[in-house]
Design a protein. Structure first.
Length: 564
């Protein structure tokens, strides 16, 4: 089958399923006016001297009441659907004067595909791209090309063109009347349900209960046809895009997957710790590029290939001021994934990140550890923690692993990882019971301290999540977007180990033998003589779980920390 034939078949199938969606609307309209039509016939018969008698009079009254109720419900449902504004994904608009080269690339691509060009371009802090209808003027919906901002910094220009080809090809089915009407109907149903959804005020939910139920019924009826329609549209767009950079698109998709992995890791390991302090890294997209370059450097097999492609200009050069676009997308990411915080966000550069974020995190953990141990608003001494957790100079033999239950890994769509100091790659497991947790410690004091810290952290994270949700109205109101990810699940062992590590890092920094640092892939790290410390986690675990302080004492002495 030729490319042109494949496009025509896909478009025809999409129109067929779009017609099926519209038939649901037509049937609903017919059912709504059917009682009114019957009532009109009955009243016309009475006016002509026919259909008289007590029985016909009762039928006329009954059908008339039913017609009024049906028209009222139909009108309320239609009004709800018409007035409900379809959700628009939060994005940063890109004016043509700020990216003439990018607009030229998209228009040239649309011309090669033989489809209408998108009306505008916007950036989203995510690794995806799509077409979205947005209100350009009252009563007018324009096709906007939404591009994932990390793509601009990691993909090369030719790769970006290849990746966008199937997306831009979607402007043609979006302009096809039957498909456009079906999409408008389905979007209206979605928006109507969001307007009367569980996040709406109680009075609105009660008032719109019946129309919302009818809208849900219509959506259920047309859901299968709508899904088929979108699949056929996607297939037709992919087939049309085959004639534009198809070979390049295969390799570009590999870079898309790599960009997604780097973006997810940067958010989880680097951005989340900053967001929890009210700081937003101002160059997240540049950070993604740096993280992926570092990843390719560590992977010797891919290093040569990446070095060759990195000689080509990045797609961010299509922007007139890429730094400003990066900052706007980075701030939007902070607001989307961690709440508005009442406008209290402060930017932080990558140069200042170690002292503005890493060191502040460590010192906050050290103060929390001291408060749980009975200190008032200040960190306790390392010597006291060593004494509190040490069982004996010769720890008992214990069966098991040094590394406790891992943090639940995941990106901002799931549970973002807390600030960590040692890369964890174990598979996700369920948290242990309190009894199993206590068995992991060689001394009851360690178990009690871990439980106290875990409870304290859980209260703070719950309060932080509540404050973020309270400020989400700027984005949630009509769209109902879930913007705040739940806090991570950490075991008591993990919490205690992180806090002891923070205290030790603060002591090493204060002694002048170390400085806070940032690893693009693993987040906050400690640097000694410019090198990342990699064995600190195991030494802390030895103290926390086995009560053996000797490995940690030796390391502290090596970096110049005196513990008595």
């Amino acid at each position: 089958m030729s490319s042109g034939t494949g496009v025509e078949v896909g478009a025809l199938a999409a129109r067929s399923r779009a017609a099926a969606v519209l038939r649901v609307k037509s049937v609903a309209t017919a059912l709504a006016v059917l009682p009114a039509a019957c009532a009109a016939v009955l009243w016309a018969g009475a006016a002509g001297g026919q259909l008289e008698g007590t029985g016909w009079e009762a039928a006329r009254l009954s059908v008339s009441v039913l017609a009024v109720l049906a028209l009222a419900l139909a009108g309320a449902t239609a009004l709800l659907i018409a007035r409900a504004a379809p959700a628009e994904s939060p994005a940063v608009p890109v004016e043509e004067r700020a990216a003439p080269a990018l607009y030229h690339l998209v228009r040239e691509l649309a011309e090669r595909l033989g489809v209408p060009a998108p009306a505008a371009i916007a950036l989203t802090p995510d690794c995806d791209s799509w077409l979205e209808e947005r209100g350009a003027a009252p009563g007018v919906r324009a096709q906007v090309l939404v591009i994932g901002s990390p793509f601009l910094w990691w993909l090369r220009v030719a790769e970006l063109r290849a990746v966008l080809a199937p997306v831009v090809a979607g402007t043609e089915p979006a302009a096809e009347p039957t498909t456009a009407q079906a999409r408008t109907f389905v979007r209206g149903l979605d928006a109507a349900l969001a307007t009367a959804g569980p996040r709406a005020p109680l009075a609105r939910r009660v008032l719109l209960a019946v129309p919302a139920r009818l809208a849900r019924l219509l959506l259920v009826r047309c859901r299968s046809a709508a899904a088929d329609m979108e699949r056929y549209v996607a297939a037709a767009c992919a087939e049309r895009a085959r004639k534009v950079d198809y070979g390049r698109r295969i390799t570009a998709q590999e870079q898309v997957g790599l960009a997604y992995a780097g973006w997810d890791r940067l958010l989880s390991r680097v951005a989340v710790p900053a967001w929890r302090l009210g700081r937003w890294p101002a160059r997240l997209d540049a950070g993604v590029a740096a993280a992926l370059v570092e990843l390719s450097r560590r992977d010797r097999l891919a290093a040569d290939e990446q070095a060759l492609r990195l000689t080509e200009p990045p797609a961010s050069e299509l922007l007139e001021e890429p730094e400003l676009a990066d900052e706007a997308a980075s701030l939007l990411a902070a607001r989307l994934f961690h709440g508005e915080r009442g406008g209290a966000w402060r930017p932080v550069s990558w140069r200042d990140y170690p002292h503005e974020v890493v060191e502040r995190l460590w010192r906050a953990d050290a103060v929390r550890l001291g408060e749980v141990l009975g200190e008032k608003g200040r960190p306790c001494a390392v010597a006291r923690v060593l004494e509190h957790l040490t069982v004996s100079d010769s720890p008992p033999e214990r069966v098991g692993v040094l590394a406790g239950p891992p943090v639940r890994e995941g990106g901002v769509r799931g549970a973002p990882r807390a600030a960590g100091y040692v890369a964890r790659t174990e598979p996700e497991i369920f948290p242990e019971s309190p009894e199993e947790e206590a068995d992991r410690f060689a001394h009851p004091r360690a178990a009690a301290l871990a439980a106290g810290l875990a409870a304290r952290v859980a209260r703070e994270e719950t309060a932080d999540a509540g404050a973020a949700r309270a400020s989400e109205g700027v984005y949630e109101g009509d769209g109902g977007l879930p913007l705040f990810a739940p806090p991570p699940v950490r075991s008591g062992v993990e919490v205690l180990a992180d806090h002891v590590t923070s205290l030790v890092c603060c002591a090493a920094v204060d002694a002048g033998g170390a400085v806070p640092g940032l690893d693009w892939l693993d987040g906050p790290v400690l640097l000694v003589d410019g090198e990342r410390v990699r064995d600190l986690g195991a030494r802390v675990r030895s103290l926390v779980e086995d009560g053996d302080s000797i490995p940690l004492r030796r390391w502290l002495a090596r970096v110049g920390v005196r513990v008595g």
